[in-house]
Design a protein around this ligand. Structure first.
Ligand SMILES: [Zn+2]
Length: 149
């Protein structure tokens, strides 16, 4: 019997639905709303939230569920980091793989581990390494300079 092939479109739909059910996208929308973001639909099932006004976390952009949040504007970020959205989209997939909210404590442990080992939140953080350090504006294997993400 022939199995239907799961292409990137189907995988994206699965992620989009899964991140609703596992409550990570609702959490992301809540965080974006609390941060008084402007929200719009992005590509590939993502939500783009701009103008985030809460001070935590300090990041150029971060992703909760399928919601990518930035204090600034994505158009401005894309000038410096054209692959940033691909990086953040991989985080959306990680939320799906970790069944939503369990990703939060596991990510924090990975971040602490990275910081203890390298003095950097991302350099040895498995989630950031998998999402692509360079795409996210990190300098692989070294401390970041100037970029806060
Ligand atoms: Zn990242």
């Amino acid at each position: 019997m022939e199995q239907p092939e799961i292409g990137p479109g189907a995988a994206t739909r699965v992620r989009t639905v899964a991140n609703w059910i596992n409550l990570s996208t609702p959490l992301g929308l809540l965080v974006a709303t609390a941060g008084r973001c402007r929200l719009r639909r992005g590509p590939r099932g993502l939500w783009l939230a701009e103008g985030y006004r809460l001070g935590f976390p300090i990041a150029g952009a971060f992703t909760v569920g399928s919601v990518v949040i930035t204090p600034g504007r994505f158009a401005d970020l894309a000038v410096r980091l054209p692959r940033l959205l691909a990086h953040e989209e991989r985080h959306a997939t990680q939320w799906c793989a970790w069944l939503g909210l369990p990703m939060l404590p596991v990510y924090l442990v990975a971040m602490a581990w990275s910081w203890l080992r390298t003095g950097d939140r991302a350099a040895a953080n498995a989630f950031e390494v998998h999402a692509g350090l360079a795409d996210g504006g990190y300098r692989p294997g070294s401390h970041r300079q100037g970029s806060r993400r």
